[in-house]
Design a protein around this ligand. Sequence first.
Ligand SMILES: [Zn+2]
Length: 298
Amino acid sequence: MERVKKMSNSKLAEKFIPAYEGNYSKNRTGRGFKIEAITIHHVAGIVSIENLGKLWQTKGRAGSSHYGIGNDGRIGQYVDENDIAWTNSNWNSNCKSVTIETSNCEVGGQWRVSDNALNSLIRLVADISKRNNLVPLVKGKNLTWHSMFTSTACPGAYLMSKLDYIIAEANKINNPPTPTPTPTPTTSRKVGDKVTINGVYVSSDSTNKLNPAYTTGTITKIISGARNPYLIDNGNLGWTNDNCIVSNTRTYTVVNGDTLSSIAKRFNTTWQKIYNDNRAVIGNNPNRIYAGQKLVIK
Ligand SMILES: [Zn+2]
């Protein structure tokens, strides 16, 4: 009964149980059609892949599907993907679709399917989608369902409610989200910044914190990415890091065209704060600053 599967068929199918030849049409591409969609169905019953195979082998059944998923989550195949299964009650859509019948785990009600069956459905949909260039799957376009083509309850309320999830998960399998890179901590600190610190280290990679008292120094070197990236006072004080810096005072030399507002914007502070911290330099008129004036930015 089993036969060698063609490359165009899913490796996820553990059995190929060929449908009766009168229950499907041969040679999709030979008839001028190609696979443009996947169609999801439910069986409206609780079946194994072998039960479903027997159904499609019944002469005169006039129905079939490419794949079937049993209640236990196993996947069977009955019609080659390049043949046309009769599943969608619509000739045109049959000609363009690969069809999947999914066993339910309850009869009636929401027509639920087991988690095993749902997970297999997602994997199978992803696999068919990938091999037939149907990536990404788009609901109602290349991922379709029976009731789109005829008046039917198929694929049932439960699978209908899971369509977005199935599509999202299948698309994720074919195009895994790239992990958000952990942003490299960036510092706005610069050589020349005057900082108040509550600790230093003997080296840029030391974990042994010394002198936990507050002290002030100037950054004289930065090793970006190091544990303690800032060398203070050329090593007279040692190395420190952002956790140890309790305040950061910078000096800015005014150039032509500067206003307190433009400087404040650059240092992410307010012109009022700069003005208040530099009253002695600026004087009484905040609109009057001159090139060459040195302002302290805290
Ligand atoms: Zn159906």
